[in-house]
Design a protein around this ligand. Structure first.
Ligand code: COA
Length: 235
């Protein structure tokens, strides 16, 4: 699939399936393989190998070439970038049971995922950091809906923070996000396409892409974390 201007590809996978496969297929550089070998716990090793392998295979698919030969670097902020092609943006997220990567010919791109069954101090965090309209929306919900809704907003904010290369902190209170009917994400930053997907694997997946015309989300074949979206929204 060619990576045309304005297009974004997003791929998800189960780290414990894709990690060993990425190592076996030689998708990682020698340095990355050595880094993976030094991670003692299998879960961490698989997560690292899966994230790098998925990103490299997705870039190889969109741009051509071998996954291990794709020149990747990291900014001082921690944001990864593709060396030598300033038109392509990349973003990575990993959480328990899921790894996801996004690549696109857009001017800014971020992806984030969170398990929906997490139980953070949702209302307290929202009252401290979120915009008043977001807090009012959360306060109007029955208790069991609060965490799910909070995590959806949080995931959208993390994706935007990554697109900006700043992390979530600067965007916690502005811009304002809302969850519309069918979990459709509303609001967000001007010029951005925001998408939120409730994956069958039990994760929220959010994408923030400035200037995107299309976003194509797919599970990595044979290494799915059952991510076919049961409800999705496009901005
Ligand atoms: C940096 C940050 C965006 C990472 O998000 P996360 O949900 O912790 O972890 P994820 O797995 O989703 O993302 C990790 C990936 O983000 C990428 N990343 C790291 N820093 C980044 C940045 N500044 N911009 C964009 N992407 C970044 C990296 O690719 C990293 O994966 P890698 O190290 O394997 O390459 C996040 O830690 C953050 O926003 N930190 C600030 C914390 C904060 O403000 N907290 C407020 C308290 S309420």
């Amino acid at each position: 699939m060619e990576l045309a201007p304005g297009h974004v590809l997003v791929r998800t996978a189960a780290p414990d399936v894709l990690g060993p496969r990425a190592l076996a297929h030689g998708w990682l550089t020698l340095d990355e393989e050595r880094r993976a070998e030094r991670i003692r716990h299998a879960r961490g090793r698989h997560a690292f190998a899966a994230a790098r392998g998925l990103l490299r295979s997705l870039l190889a698919e969109g741009l051509g070439g071998e996954p291990a030969a794709i020149p990747l670097s990291v900014e001082e902020s921690g944001r990864p970038f593709l060396d030598g092609d300033g038109d392509v943006r990349i973003s990575v997220t990993h959480t328990e049971g899921l790894v996801a990567c996004a690549v696109g010919r857009v001017s800014a791109l971020g992806v984030d995922a969170e398990r929906q069954d997490r139980r953070p101090r949702s209302l307290a965090l929202a009252r401290r950091y979120f915009a008043p309209a977001e807090v009012r929306a959360l306060e109007s919900l029955p208790e069991d809906g609060v965490h799910r809704h909070f995590l959806a907003l949080w995931t959208c904010k993390e994706a935007l923070g990554k697109a900006l290369g700043q992390g979530v902190g600067p965007v916690l209170g502005n811009p304002v996000f809302a969850l519309g009917p069918g979990d459709r994400v509303e609001g967000g930053a001007p010029e951005y396409r925001h998408e939120l997907h409730a994956l069958a694997s039990g994760h929220w997946l959010a994408i923030a892409a400035r200037g995107a015309q299309s976003v194509v989300l797919a599970a990595f074949e044979g290494a799915s974390a059952e991510p076919s979206s049961d409800r999705s929204a496009g901005g």
